[in-house]
Design a protein. Structure first.
Length: 330
């Protein structure tokens, strides 16, 4: 194994898929000559040229529309949004053009496109750059939605998304880009894929199930380490995919631990955690719950700019520890 940052894992995935299939191309603001706003596409324009790595004007509706049209004629565009907040400029293209077309054409028009970029809160960028769109996009049939945490997640899910014949929304996290993770030899091979729709148990436990996606997975693991010192063993599940959701893995864990805590950076109302709680309540695992499920979410406000306020709006390790103790009544 070796240490690889999420940024390098994404870069590796793009490089390998551009090389593997000439129908794959990348477009977005500053992705080419500048090497990407976050340096995800570093070196790709030099290697593949103008046809495959394309700088666009600052018009999300425009370039997302071009990308969706290209996908309809079986090219495989990877469309980067500088932040998913600005995918709202292109929401008509993402939902009405990309997500609905395969179904409305009875399967005759595929739209193999990946919309990717940073999602959720970064640091000190205020409300218009900090929203999490997992619940928004997870709500829509016709889309697949993935939300990686580790470098392995990022690489395996991006490659799987590019090869998928459906529109995929890939919600990355800006604060994870520079974080190094252990990556096995297998994960660094050119054929490494992570199946869309399969969660991963990051830590085994017996007392409580923690379900999370994206950056809060790391917080859950930290909280589990803190709680282990007090004799509480948390099972930590990294969802990896928001839609289709792997509820079976969550159910199996709840049957074992009898307690459920969901953790996300997004807002509470109609959120990812709300959906997990509802699905558990409706399914066979409900009979195994020994206490109500607890949700840990972002605060129900547009993100403030000041750091101290921001910290109070985003779930911290202490919030997860508190929620687990509440669920376990300790």
């Amino acid at each position: 194994t070796s240490q690889v940052t999420v940024r390098d894992a994404l870069n590796q995935a793009l490089d390998e898929e551009l090389e593997r299939d000439e129908r794959v191309f990348l477009l977005g603001e500053e992705v080419a000559q500048y090497d990407g706003a976050y340096k995800i596409s570093r070196g790709l324009w030099k290697k593949y040229g103008d046809k495959r790595v394309i700088d666009t004007p600052i018009s999300e509706m425009g370039f997302a529309g071009i990308a969706v049209g290209a996908a309809m004629v079986w090219l495989r565009p990877v469309c980067e949004f500088m932040t998913f907040n600005f995918s709202m400029q292109a929401i008509d293209q993402v939902i009405n053009s990309a997500a609905k077309t395969c179904y409305m054409s009875a399967g005759s028009i595929g739209v193999p496109i990946v919309f990717r970029g940073p999602n959720g809160a970064s640091a000190g960028v205020a409300a218009q750059h900090s929203q999490c769109f997992a619940a928004w996009y997870g709500h829509c049939p016709g889309l697949k939605v993935v939300s990686p945490w580790s470098a392995e997640d990022a690489k395996g899910l991006l490659k799987a998304s590019i090869r998928d014949d459906n529109p995929v929304v890939m919600l990355e996290n800006e604060l994870l880009y520079g974080v190094p993770f252990e990556m096995s030899e297998q994960a660094q091979s050119k054929e490494f894929l992570i199946p869309i729709g399969k969660a991963k148990i990051e830590r085994q436990g017996t007392h409580v199930t923690l379900v999370s996606h994206s950056r809060p997975v790391g917080h859950c693991i930290e909280a589990a380490t803190v709680l282990a010192k007090e004799g509480v063993e948390c099972e930590v599940i990294n969802l990896r995919t928001i839609r289709p959701m792997d509820i079976e893995t969550v159910e199996a864990s709840v049957v074992k631990t009898n307690h459920l805590v969901t953790v996300e950076g997004g807002w509470p109302q109609f959120g990812v955690g709300a959906e997990i709680c509802a699905r558990i309540m409706e399914g066979p695992a409900f009979n195994y719950l020994d206490a109500p499920a607890v949700r840990v979410t972002g605060a129900d406000v547009p993100m403030p700019y000041a750091k101290i306020l921001e910290d109070n709006c985003i779930p911290q390790v202490k919030d997860i520890v508190f929620a687990v103790k509440k669920a376990l009544n300790i």
